[in-house]
Design a protein around this ligand. Structure first.
Ligand code: ZN
Length: 161
């Protein structure tokens, strides 16, 4: 069976940046299962996986515009210290979950601290990064209607409920 819209693909993968540094890997954690065609993976990777079958391996180089987006300097903002939780010892490099206007969650990173002013970067940590994926397709199957409805995979590599 080929990977196409509404199939569940299970992948072993390693993600590295241009310099070869490992950013993320399924090794030691177990393979990733996802429903294809729902935007669960970055667009460039779903494109590369389209049509692949169990046992296929691929290497993909994905530019930021098909990855986590290009960096937007307007997403770097300074906020007063009091807007952050008082109990947290704020340090450069620290990441927070922030609520977006549409109710989603967004990761912001502390990039600078100047007195009572904290500079936050709301760009995705991998925005502007060219991604190198090394992927092996472990399994491909049809998604159940329930999985498509829920927008996630049930069973191994996915949700248990
Ligand atoms: Zn579910």
């Amino acid at each position: 069976m080929q990977i196409t819209k509404h199939t569940v693909a299970t992948l072993e993968y390693t993600l590295t940046d241009e310099s070869g540094e490992v950013l993320d890997t399924s090794k030691g954690r177990g393979p990733l299962a996802y429903v294809h065609g729902l935007g669960m993976l970055i667009p460039g990777l779903e494109e590369e996986l389209e049509g692949k079958v169990q046992g296929d391996s691929l290497k993909a180089r994905i530019e930021p515009d098909k990855g986590y987006g290009v960096r937007d300097d307007q997403m770097v903002q300074s906020v007063p210290r009091e807007q952050l939780p008082a109990e947290v010892d704020v340090e450069v490099g620290m990441q927070f979950q922030a609520q977006t206007q549409d109710g989603g969650a967004h990761v912001v990173t502390v990039v600078e601290i100047e007195g009572e002013t904290i500079k936050l970067d709301a760009n995705h940590p991998l925005a502007g990064v060219t991604l190198h994926f090394d992927v092996e397709v472990v399994e491909v199957r049809e998604a159940t209607s329930e999985e498509i409805e829920h927008g996630h995979v049930h069973g191994p590599g996915g949700h248990e409920h």
